[in-house]
Design a protein around this ligand. Structure first.
Ligand code: UDX
Ligand code: UDX
Length: 437
């Protein structure tokens, strides 16, 4: 089939390239000229493992195209996806849908023949109705259907999440549209991936309900970690003991500095607003948002306390800046709360991240020093803080680290080391929800 994907970000670019890999002909459209220029040049605007190869293959085989001008491709597309950003609106936490509506109106003006318009972006319940109404107003006699098809992609694993999803959710009650969606996802259909057909509103809510639940689960283990520290228990063992119950499952039970990223923070907030407006508040998610925001701020306190309470003039080495490993995405990363608070307390911060420093420079205040690598980062440091669990931080040469630092103190916010091992190597090692060895 012929597909147009509007928005070539983390969601649109990955989804477009994967649809092309399924055999469809896909045109990715983006309003950002530099993004399109990079893609035409075979360079990726984002870091996502495997994406460069996937794009190159499909461009070479003539199934994947990039353009700033949506007109031509929308006219001869069977399906047009809206994959633009739906960031939190400044101030009130509602999803900013201006990009979604702009894309929908552009599609309405250009579509020709029966067209399935698909909201791939995460949008509040009822957005599909609003999109349909705005399009209908512009094109009263056009033949189209508006379908919800939320993405469940984790950054760093987005391609495998698209190609081997636990499920595909499709929200429409239009039979022709359902057939188009079946055809689009045929390769998954053939290998028995469950495709759940629901109403449009149900599909929109499934996305938020799932994401918010994952955020609640993470926050639950984070608070459990604080209790573990207070009563002398080990949160990793607690998580394992919980997770062996298959009604709970072991995933998303890693205690840390709080969740970040472009999804959980904005999706939990948008769901809270939707629920409040519907006069059916979800207090559990309201509390999750509040607890998580405070946790990210409290993490700098944990580091300062570990250093004796006064970091004036001290050097703190921060390993990891991105909100999670295997991405360059800094959106709502805990480091964006932790580093300014440490500098505020008088510390000098030197940071290293394998992929995130380019983005981080735009989002952190000047004065942060950026290192070439982990060992240079820790050289002469009064403390090391591990903020993102990149694989390369899991097997550092601890003797080399010990020789490089001024004070052998590690505050590990991701529990990637074993306390007894660290003690044996001569480090004072503080982590999350586990006592010092
Ligand atoms: C985001 C959210 O993370 C995700 O939860 C939601 O489902 C979709 O929006 P992401 O791909 O990360 O997904 O957004 P972003 O990286 O901001 O990419 C959006 C792209 O759309 C940008 O490249 C932007 O230039 C482009 N865009 C935005 C358009 O092409 N047209 C517009 O009108 C607005
Ligand atoms: C998430 C959802 O997983 C995905 O299904 C949805 O489509 C988009 O949002 P993403 O935000 O890319 O994906 O990353 P994810 O791996 O879910 O991690 C989100 C945050 O939770 C990160 O800050 C991560 O560090 C944190 N996290 C995750 C934990 O603190 N502990 C965990 O056990 C898992």
């Amino acid at each position: 089939m012929r597909v147009t994907m509007i928005g070539a970000g983390y969601v649109g670019l990955v989804s477009g390239a994967c649809f092309a890999d399924f055999g469809h002909v896909v045109t990715c459209v983006d309003k950002d000229p530099s993004k399109i220029a990079k893609l035409k040049d075979g360079r990726m605007p984002i870091y996502e493992p495997g994406l460069e190869q996937l794009v190159a293959t499909n461009v070479r085989e003539g199934r994947l195209f990039f353009t700033e001008d949506a007109a031509e491709s929308i006219q001869d597309s069977d399906a047009v996806f809206i994959g633009v950003g739906t960031p939190s609106r400044r101030g009130d936490g509602h999803a900013d849908l201006s990009y979604v509506y702009a894309a929908a109106e552009e599609i309405a003006d250009l579509m020709d023949g029966y067209t399935v318009v698909v909201t791939k972006s995460t949008v509040p319940v009822g957005t599909g109705d609003e999109v349909e109404a705005r399009m209908r107003k512009r094109r009263p006699n056009a033949d189209f259907a508006v379908v919800s098809n939320p993405e469940f992609l984790r950054e760093g694993a987005a391609i495998s999440d698209f190609k081997r999803p636990d499920r595909v959710v499709v929200g429409t009650e239009d039979e022709r549209a359902r057939n188009v969606m079946r055809e689009l996802y045929r390769p998954l259909y053939l290998n028995e991936t469950p495709i759940q057909f629901t109403s449009r509103r149900t599909s929109e809510l499934i996305k938020y309900a799932a994401n918010a639940f994952l955020a609640v689960k993470i926050t639950y283990i984070n608070e459990m970690a604080d209790l573990c520290e207070a009563v002398g228990a080990d949160v990793q063992q607690v998580a394992r003991g919980m997770g062996l119950d298959n009604r709970i499952g072991g995933k998303f039970l890693h205690a840390g500095p709080g969740y970040g990223g472009s999804c959980f923070p904005k999706d939990t907030l948008a769901l809270v607003r939707t629920a409040q407006e519907a006069r059916s508040p979800i207090r559990l998610v309201e509390t999750t948002v509040e607890v998580n925001d405070r946790r990210k701020r409290d993490m700098s306190r944990k580091i300062i306390n570990a250093m004796g309470g006064d970091v004036q003039g001290k050097t703190i080495a921060v390993l990891g800046l991105t909100f999670k490993p295997n991405t360059d995405d800094m959106r709502d990363a805990p480091a964006l709360d932790i580093i300014p608070a440490l500098i505020e307390a008088g510390a000098h911060v030197r940071a290293f991240d394998p992929e995130g420093m380019h983005e981080a420079r735009k989002m952190l205040q000047p004065g942060v020093e950026y290192a070439e690598g982990p060992y240079q980062c820790v050289s002469g440091a009064d403390a090391i803080a591990i903020v993102t669990e990149w694989d390369q931080f899991r097997a550092l040469d601890l003797d080399r680290m010990k020789a490089a630092v001024k004070t052998p103190l590690i505050v590990d916010l991701r529990n990637i080391y074993n306390p007894a091992e660290m003690k044996a190597k001569g480090f004072r090692y503080i982590s999350i929800g586990r006592g010092e060895a």
